[in-house]
Design a protein around this ligand. Structure first.
Ligand code: PGA
Length: 257
């Protein structure tokens, strides 16, 4: 399976910096069987989709999406708006949304539905906190999050996921995000296998690509890319500079014979 290497820029980069990065990335494209993605802040989605028009293999994802299509929801950005500016997908349920902004777990399925209705790829993030891990609750928490996001989807959206491969899961243990403390690749591999099995059960046979996220960098990338069960990485800190992002792409390109 081709690898995914997705940059999550969070609340970073000005328009100029985002464009400089994209031009640098374009100069390295095409990437051998690797889906490269960038997630800028909302105001720059269109800047990047325009800059990338005609470039193959680099996608643009929003960092979040509203649970409703339209209405009185100050500060939100809807899936139709994200689609309208040419983005390819959305990140849903990132741990910073869940924990810092206290997003309600009940919104996850609604957000995923909204994105799917627009044909956007969903990168659905799941992962346990340190406290949950220390109480051996990791797998239980992840299974619960998978069920919350996916179980209640309408049958036609479940069929759409299967048909168009519109769902990717990012497994990001909360304690590993932005801490410089990554999960051991062998453990991430086991988690990826379990997630595939669980999603396969919920979505009746759809086995999603599963990415690992949490303090991925050029030094530890080969540990993750070395396991075929791990289909890619979602990257924060190391995605901000080309010199630390490009080696991550190269590691996944190397997997392709
Ligand atoms: P990090 O962030 O690579 O800085 O740990 C990962 C993420 O939040 O997706």
């Amino acid at each position: 399976m081709p690898g995914f290497v997705i940059a999550n820029w969070k609340l970073n980069k000005t328009k100029k910096e985002a464009l400089e990065f994209i031009h640098g990335l374009q100069a390295q494209a095409p990437f051998k069987d690797t889906h490269v993605g960038v997630s800028p802040a909302f105001p720059y989605l269109e800047t990047l989709t325009s800059a990338l028009s005609g470039t193959q293999g680099i996608s643009v994802y929003a960092q979040n999406v509203a649970f409703a299509e339209a209405g009185a929801y100050t500060g939100e950005v809807s899936a139709p708006m994200i689609k309208d500016v040419g983005a390819n997908g959305v990140i849903v349920g990132h741990s910073e949304r869940r924990h810092v902004f206290k997003e309600n777990p009940d919104w996850m399925a609604q957000k995923i539905s909204q994105a799917l209705k627009q044909g956007l790829l969903v990168v659905y993030c799941v992962g346990e906190t340190l406290k949950e891990r220390d109480s051996n609750l990791g797998p239980e928490v992840v299974n619960r999050q998978l069920k919350e996001g996916l179980e209640g989807l309408e049958a036609d959206l479940k069929a759409l996921i299967k048909d168009k491969k519109l769902l990717v899961i990012a497994y990001e243990p909360v304690w590993a995000i932005g801490t410089g403390r990554n999960m051991e690749p062998i453990e991430a591999k086991e988690a990826a296998k379990a997630i595939k099995a669980k999603v396969g059960e919920i979505l009746e046979g759809y086995i999603p690509p599963v990415l690992y996220g949490g303090s991925v960098n050029p030094k530890n990338i080969e540990g993750f890319s070395g396991h075929p069960e791990i289909d890619g990485v979602l990257v924060g800190g190391a995605s901000l500079e080309m010199k630390s992002f490009l080696p991550l792409i190269r590691a996944f390109e190397k997997r392709i014979p």
